[in-house]
Write a protein that binds this ligand. Structure first.
Ligand code: TZD
Ligand code: CA
Length: 529
């Protein structure tokens, strides 16, 4: 009989999990012994970066991805990054090493004490198999749970298990396939179509899942067939709709009262592929205006169960899009022209206005560029200047956990080698995932990092004002030179001192990674500055 390791490698190979994002320790080495030739191990230098890279890769491929982390210390380092992967519903399969079975009880050094409990409640499923022979089956469960739940899973494996005999029944796992269907039945479909067609003034709210699942173009067709305004759901992490489309109204503000105000006058709010809602700023009020009905369609059963209002249908939003499109007549009026971009605001004082930077990106980079954005005070400036018309154009840390940006961009670049990938990072955010630069350099990924240096945690300054805390310490971060940091990790870097220089640099197309640092003026995440 083959070893647990052989069966496990073969299972991962058959399921297509041959790219491993990892950072190993001694407990993990036996799993990595004799990896088949077609496996690729992507080394990250910190577990937060490892998970961020895997998250970007999982989002851009839409498939489960294997992550290999060290026991408690390594897994603990990954926790912040996992919050994003949970919110983006990324199916990460985290396999961590455990001390050998006889040493766990005495808590020998590098024991992961109660390993599954460490990762809960973040992961959707966590286990340490009760015996070595259960490892291949448990690994399969970790993969299938991640895919079915669309949530990271965690498997802790004592390292002496890998060499053990897999036992008589082990090979049965190799042929397993687990599939899922999510179309509404006929009665649910009728009910839903009736709700939508009987609405006088419907509105659509689209979540990140629409882009993640490849329904960006179908969403445009649906909005045009309904002839109704479209918002992106609050706390957006993927762009589900072209942001200058005439029907697009922007990202819904992430507060209860502003959401109520935004949807005022609509009798139906149809939410596809999003939680209801991921609020952020606590701006209390009534959830919905008088006379507004909310319908949520999501594949995420938990998101349906925890919503505070409205009706919900747990179904595949893609299937629902198709059935609504089939039920609605083709529109006879065109939605009109795409909205033009306003001229970028000029900076007052030192540094460029972030709008000038984003205008340069828009003008100088190819239309199909995928942007991984982690710059928090520049949110309004971003949406004012960008014109994103392609699926998969925009990624943002889904739970607001910084450290996704640079690693996430590495993951997206690995997943989509033919697409230009740009990380847009603040000078604060970059530090949480900075080690991803090394991986980009080693793999010679054609990745551009645009580093906006305003010397401060800009968004927190704005939040300080909102919360009545104008004098919080620890918000300024002077003295960081990312050109030197990047060079140290092996990434060529330039400082652009004005728009012309920035535009000239962006016109170059190096075949490896690069970082462009630019000094920017402080702006606010809302549209006030
Ligand atoms: N740590 C982590 C892991 N995630 C966080 N979200 C924060 C801390 C808190 N935080 C924010 O929510 S925004 C922000 C911090 C520190 C400032 C980011 O600074 P930046 O961007 O330079 O990247 P801006 O444009 O100057 O705000
Ligand atoms: Ca900053």
């Amino acid at each position: 009989m083959p070893s647990v390791r052989r069966v496990s490698h073969e299972f991962l190979h058959r399921q297509g999990l041959t790219t491993i994002f990892g950072n190993p320790g001694s407990n993990e080495l036996p799993f990595l012994a004799g990896l088949p030739e077609d496996f690729r191990y992507v080394l990250g230098l910190h577990e937060g970066a490892v998970v961020g890279m895997a998250d970007g890769y999982a989002q851009a491929t839409g498939r489960p991805v294997l992550v290999n982390l060290h026991a408690a210390a390594g897994s603990g380092n990954a926790m912040g990054a996992l919050t994003n992967a949970v919110a983006s519903r990324s199916p990460l399969v985290v396999v961590a090493g455990q001390q050998v079975r006889p040493a766990v009880g005495v808590e020998a050094n590098l024991t992961n004490v109660d390993a599954p409990a460490l990762m809960k409640p973040l992961v959707g499923w966590a286990a340490e198999p009760a015996c070595a022979r259960d490892v291949p089956r448990a690994l399969a469960q970790a993969v299938f749970e991640a895919r079915l739940q669309r949530r990271p899973t965690y498997l802790s494996v004592p390292y002496d298990d890998w060499a053990a005999d897999a036992g008589d029944n082990a090979l049965a796992v190799l042929d397993r396939q687990v599939r899922q269907a999510g179309a509404p039945d006929a009665e649910q479909a009728r009910w839903l179509v009736d709700r939508v067609t009987s609405a006088r003034r419907p509105a659509l709210v689209l979540g990140g899942d629409i882009d993640a699942d490849g329904h960006f173009d179908a969403a445009v067709r649906l909005a045009e067939a309904m002839g109704c305004p479209v918002w992106a759901a609050p706390s957006l992490f993927r762009l589900p709709f072209p942001n200058r489309h005439p029907l697009f109204r922007g990202v819904l503000p992430a507060g209860i009262e502003p959401v109520r105000q935004a949807v005022e006058g609509h009798d139906l709010v149809l939410v596809l592929g999003a939680p209801v809602f991921r609020y952020h700023e606590h701006l209390p009020g009534r959830y919905l205006p008088e006379g507004t009905r909310l319908m949520q369609v999501t594949g995420d059963a938990s998101a349906a169960a925890r919503a505070p209002m409205g009706e919900a249908l747990v179904a595949d939003p893609g299937a629902v899009l198709e059935l609504l499109l089939a039920a609605l007549a083709t529109p006879d009026v065109s939605p009109g022209a795409y909205r033009p971009v306003p001229p970028p605001r000029p900076a007052q004082g030192a540094g460029l206005h972030p709008e000038e930077v984003f205008a340069a990106l828009r003008d100088k980079l190819p239309e199909d560029t995928a942007y991984v954005v982690e710059s928090t005070s520049t949110n309004a400036a971003w949406w004012r200047q960008m014109d994103l018309r392609r699926p998969g154009s925009y990624y943002f840390p889904a739970a607001g956990g910084l450290g996704f940006g640079l690693p996430g961009a590495v993951g997206v670049a690995l997943a989509q080698p033919s697409r230009p990938v740009v990380a847009v990072s603040g000078d604060g955010s970059a530090n949480y995932g900075i080690t991803a630069l090394w991986t980009a350099a080693r793999l010679r990924l054609p990745l551009t990092v645009v580093l906006l240096r305003n010397g401060t945690y800009g968004a927190l300054r704005w939040f300080g004002g909102l919360l009545g805390v104008p004098d919080a310490p620890g918000l300024d971060i002077p003295g960081l030179d990312f050109t030197r940091i990047a060079e140290g990790y092996g990434v060529p870097a330039r400082h652009a001192s004005g728009t012309e220089e920035l535009r000239a640099l962006l016109s170059e197309r190096p075949d490896g990674p690069r970082l462009i640092q630019v000094d920017t003026a402080l702006t606010t995440p809302d549209d006030s500055r």
